[in-house]
Design a protein around this ligand. Sequence first.
Ligand code: MG
Length: 376
Amino acid sequence: MKTSVIIVAAGRGLRAGGEVPKQWQLLSNGHRVIDQTIAVFRGHPAVTDITVVLNPDDMAAAKLTGCRLVPGGATRSASVRAGLEALVDDTPDLVLIHDAARPFVPVSVIDAVLDGLQTCAAAAPALAVTDALWTGVDGQVAGTHPRDGLYRAQTPQGFHYAAMLAAHRAHQGDAADDVAVARAAGIAVRIVDGSDENYKITLPADLARAKTQTRPKMDIRTGNGFDVHRFCPGDHVWLCGVSVPHDRALSGHSDADVGMHAVTDAIYGALGMGDIGQHFPPSDPQWKGAASHIFLEHACALARENGFTITHADCTLICEYPKVGPHAAAMKAEMARIMGMTPDRISVKATTSERLGFTGRGEGIAAIATATLVKT
Ligand code: MG
């Protein structure tokens, strides 16, 4: 049994908004609407081949692989006919004709159409109308219409190929859809279950829905941060929110909490939103001597405002002295408190640099941090 699919994409409709017709618009997964539509049929085991009918102007730039491309006609019917004629030598048994602008047709709907074709000359999906129907004049309700027996037609509409080719050849003028062409030729069409998921992208709201639907389910970001502060005279250093006694202090515009700065920059990095220097310019006197939790709290708030949860932060302090180990648990607890996280999602650890380089010579402390942010 040979089952061919014809996807009709020759329309020029711009009602969905944007600069290009809806079938060429990009979804949030980086695929165009038409790619999404083709992928559904390509993944169906019963489908033998796919023909896409395009506006002649789109043929060169279509970049569609693994499909037969056919230039369409002036009307939808003419385009479908061009697709049918292109299959003459293949003579498939069945043909499914589908709108490119219905990219989310469920496999169950395709199956229902194919099932219908086992016993009927034609089968097409539809949804019974459940809303009340009005007629309206000048924005006023002028009457109600009984909805019994009314259906909202969808695609793919399925036919036996030879009969449908003959129907199209005999048909004069345009038609609302291929069911209309089939019925004009006396072919009975079985109604099978459509789906709300199989909506047609027509208006900007439909395109917005399609974009939301194709957004990656989870947005996971990782950012890194690196910071260095040099030693200066003093008797303690601030490290990850904890004051650690030492024979020197760290020099900096703020309290020079090198660990907290690295974590803060890691969060900004994951968000793709700059760094501490950009949000709190050192040239601005109001941040002189500032407690670094202000910066960290700002980065955490920015993450929240952008829909992200910080799920983990890891900070490594690089120095010979002071010894960080005895204070690591307190640092972890303080960082967790400031960030509104549980301490099990924070790591503070330390390493020396084997007495090499500026940290090895005891000229200052470096810190490196990684933060993981998740948006669901
Ligand atoms: Mg710094």
